[in-house]
Ligand binder design. Sequence first.
Ligand SMILES: [Zn+2]
Length: 248
Amino acid sequence: MTSPRFLRSPLLAASHGFSTRLGGVSTGRYASLNVGAKWGDTAANVEENRRLLAVDAGFDPARLATARQVHGARCLLADGRSPEELAAAEADALVACEPGRVVGVYTADCVPILFSDGAGRVAAAHAGWRGTVAGIAAAVVEALVAAGARRVDIRAALGPSIGPCCFEVGEEVASEFATIPGAVLRRDGEKPHVDLWTANRHLLVAAGIAPERVDASPPCTMCDRERFFSFRRDGGEIGQMLSFVVAG
Ligand SMILES: [Zn+2]
């Protein structure tokens, strides 16, 4: 079924989705499908929004695991750990192989990346500019290989996030991307813009993923106020989106 509550990539075989801000019960700055508990929405609204999303997507919300995202490059194996244990662990990516286990990341401009090897192994990663530079994309590929995935089978899809159209940065941030081809755009009279999609595509391919197995053309969160939350556009105390993928 199609639902306004999430988008999918045609590339990934696993059950997955990138949530939007549509079809929820939250109001005001959190309107309406806010699934993040970080920025002050009521717990009841967040829980109901997560339930609505899970029903549409067909996963068990009790099996959803997310970690404490800290803009790093640490990737944890979720198997054998409870959602409570993982929620307290600092990591920006989770790998899962146990059938029915759901792993996810929360974002509102940072790049969510979902992975699948087509044989039940999956991963979800949170790649803001710091995580991208720290190498989170390659860390997930290596973690999947360590969990038994064949590198040639891994597919990755980037979700809604701030695009090169909107991600204006200072020189100090641009310089962090100097070694990644095509990651920094410079137009006359403008500050540099960073292209996190091209950067992560490059890093995934450098980690051994075939270019045709990377879906790196998501919509821009900042450009599309109707469908997405955007931290850069609206500041803090807004909603967050969840990108999720189901193992098995
Ligand atoms: Zn944009």
